[in-house]
Structure formats: structure tokens, C-alpha cells
Design a protein around this ligand. Structure first.
Ligand SMILES: *Cc1c(COP(=O)(O)O)cnc(C)c1O
Length: 365
């Protein structure tokens, strides 16, 4: 019999004394982990073992473990916040669990029952709630991960796996200066039939060399193109605000979910809020393909108002410039972003910090 993952069996062992963290303004993204981790082991014959929250520690693994050779690894990124009312909240954890399962399923790793996954996440956040840094922009970054750890050099269906969650207190992500993007067409992040719509570890390592190349040329990030169409920016979804000079209407747009892009929880939330809150007599909200040529041509007609990247880490990152070979699209926005970029950031942050009490942010108590 293969055992289900059972949250009622959760075993908790806490550390005696807590580590101390640097002040908020010195927290760099993902460098320091909290004192605990949640771990559950899985075996294809016996199923899930007892989930445990225990002191953060190294894993001991066979060097032949699948994860080290064949990239059986996927992850999630989400956050817990201390609100202005001192309540702890997590943002749409069910969406992250659903996506984790989309990723595990793609590489034959076990799925985590979404309700159980969220329950375990909540228990873990409760244990760490006192180390969530406070203030707007501050949060506890949570990293649910699944890896295969059976040892064999023959690649096949994993027979052993670990589901674990670790956490890192993080500050508000601020780019050091204007975000200039290199529209990259000599490497692709994803392709039809590929895995770009899942958060597999294997998707990320190959993006580092093109990013290094872009950095050498003075760019912050790659704007990933596929056949000339804009897909994502770095590890963020990409949004544009166009002005249609003929109709006078503004268009708020992002790439469609065609398998090439990651379905960001931030993207999904922004679109849902925009459809609810932007005046339809002034706005058109679309998910469509935008070609780099359209961006360049419309920028020449002053029809490109704003551009930003969207994701859990930074919520929105305003883009100042996109360069494609010798062409440059300069966006007429301040360092903080244009009007719409700022509005979207406020919507999301107000929800995260309990200023706007909204079902997207679930209280943990
Ligand atoms: C994680 C990720 C995003 C953002 O997703 P969120 O759920 O909004 O954090 C976007 N693009 C890629 C490639 C990602 O890995």
C-alpha cells in the first residue's frame, strides 16, 4: 500500500535558539535561510513518509542520486507577509501547489496533494512567523521543492523523492538603476513542446550564460524572444501598456499561455485585478503575442507607454529600455515605473499587507 502524505502525522522539532538576521535594509535575496525546514520523503513502493518540520540541515545524498545527473528537480516561489494589522498572510498558496504538481508531473515525480501541501506550508509558516521581516516590501520567501534522490545512473522513472520547503527572509527587491533589457534571439528559454511552462530546475541553468552575456553588454536582463515574439523577461512575465492613437484606448497586454511562458501567479493576479478594476471604456486587456517589430514600430509612434516584469520576487519591475540589435525602445517612465505599473504594484501590495482585505491573501494563524 502506498501511503498518502498525511498532515495529521506532522512531526515538529524546533531549534533551541534562533539565529539573528541582519537589519531589513541589508537582507539580500535568498542568501540566509531560516532555522527550520519541512521535509517529507516519498518512495514509489511505500508512498509518503512522515512529514517533519525540523532544524535546517544538510541533506545526505548518494552522489548517484537522480537529481544530480538528470535534473529531476522542480520548485516554487511564494511569500508570507506580516500585514499592517500584524496578521501573517500567504498569497494564493493553492496556485503555487497546483503549479508544483504541473511541474512534478512533467518529470515523473510524485504529486503533492494540493490541500495537504497548503496545510503543511501553513504549519511551516507558523513555526517561522516570528522571523518574517516587517514592513512594506518585506517578506518571508518560501521555496517548496521536489527532487528525486534514488541512486542509479540509469535514467528512468524516479523511485524515491523528497518534498521540502525552506524559507528565506527577504527585503523589498529594488533594481540598482534603470532596467535595460537585451532582446535575445540567439538563445531561447523555451520552445513548443518543451518545459518552459513548468518550474523545472532544468529550465534555469541554461539561461545563465545568455544573462551573463547581456550583463557584459550593460543589460540587467534578457528579454526572451521566440521567433521574434516577446515571451518573458529574466524569470518574470512581461507586461506592456500601449496607447492606440486611432481609438484613444490603452491596451494592457502580456504574452498568452501558449506553452512558452510560465504561468505566473503574479501575472494571473494582475490580469484578474486589471479586468475587474480598469475602466473598460478606456482600457482593453489582452493576452496576445507581441512581435519585437511591433514594439519597435509603435515605440517610434510614441504608442508604447510602459513595460514591466512581474513575479513574486519583485512584484513589478519597471523597464526603462529594450535593445534589439541596433534598435532601442526607450520607455517614458521614471525609475519607479509609470502610472499603471505603480497602480498594479499598489493593488498587489495592499492585498499582501492586509490593507485591502482580499481572498488572494490567506491569513495564517
Ligand atoms: C517563477 C517565474 C515567474 C513568475 O511567477 P510568479 O508565480 O508570479 O512568481 C515568471 N517566469 C518564470 C520563468 C518563472 O520561473
Amino acid at each position: 500500500m502506498s501511503a498518502p502524505l498525511d498532515p495529521t502525522k506532522l512531526k515538529i522539532t524546533t531549534v533551541g535558539s534562533r539565529k539573528t538576521y541582519p537589519p531589513n535594509e541589508e537582507l539580500t535575496f535568498g542568501k540566509i535561510m531560516t532555522d527550520h525546514m519541512l521535509v517529507a520523503e516519498w518512495d514509489s513502493e511505500t508512498g509518503w513518509g512522515t512529514p517533519e518540520i525540523k532544524p535546517y540541515a544538510d541533506f545526505q545524498m548518494d552522489p548517484a542520486s537522480y537529481v544530480f545527473h538528470y535534473a529531476f528537480c522542480c520548485f516554487e516561489g511564494q511569500k508570507a507577509f506580516v500585514g499592517e494589522d500584524d496578521q501573517v498572510r500567504i498569497f494564493r498558496p493553492d496556485k503555487n501547489m497546483a503549479r508544483l504538481n504541473k511541474s512534478t508531473s512533467r518529470i515523473a515525480l510524485p504529486t503533492v496533494d494540493p490541500d495537504v501541501g497548503v496545510k503543511l506550508m501553513r504549519e511551516f509558516v507558523k513555526i517561522e512567523k516570528d522571523v518574517i521581516p516587517k514592513g512594506r516590501g518585506m517578506s518571508l520567501y518560501l521555496r517548496p521543492t521536489v527532487i528525486a534522490n534514488n541512486a542509479s545512473l540509469g535514467v528512468g522513472v524516479p523511485t524515491k523523492a523528497l518534498f521540502y520547503i525552506i524559507a528565506s527572509p527577504v527585503g523589498s527587491y529594488k533594481a540598482s538603476g534603470p532596467i535595460r533589457l537585451k532582446a535575445t534571439d540567439d538563445a531561447v528559454r523555451s520552445w513548443p513542446g518543451g518545459t518552459g511552462d513548468t518550474k523545472l530546475g532544468a529550465n534555469y541553468a541554461p539561461c545563465v550564460v545568455p544573462q551573463q552575456q547581456a550583463a557584459k553588454e550593460g543589460f540587467m536582463q534578457n528579454l526572451w524572444l521566440f521567433n521574434g515574439y516577446l515571451t518573458e523577461v529574466g524569470m518574470m512575465n512581461f507586461f506592456l501598456v500601449f496607447l492606440n492613437k486611432e481609438t484613444g484606448k490603452k491596451e494592457f497586454t502580456t504574452a498568452p499561455l501558449d506553452g512558452l511562458i510560465l504561468e505566473g501567479v503574479t501575472r494571473m493576479s494582475i490580469l484578474e485585478l486589471a479586468r475587474e478594476r480598469l475602466d473598460p471604456t478606456e482600457w482593453e486587456i489582452t493576452e496576445r503575442k507581441v512581435h519585437i517589430t511591433e514594439l519597435i514600430e509603435r515605440s517610434k509612434k510614441n504608442e508604447v507607454l510602459e513595460a514591466f516584469g512581474a513575479g513574486t520576487a519583485a512584484i513589478v519591475s519597471p523597464v526603462q529600455e529594450v535593445c534589439y540589435h541596433s534598435e532601442s525602445v526607450v520607455l517614458p517612465t521614471a525609475v519607479d515605473g509609470g502610472e499603471t505599473t505603480k497602480l498594479v504594484r499598489k493593488w498587489i501590495q495592499d492585498i499582501q499587507y492586509g490593507v485591502d482585505v482580499h481572498p488572494f491573501a490567506e491569513v495564517v494563524n
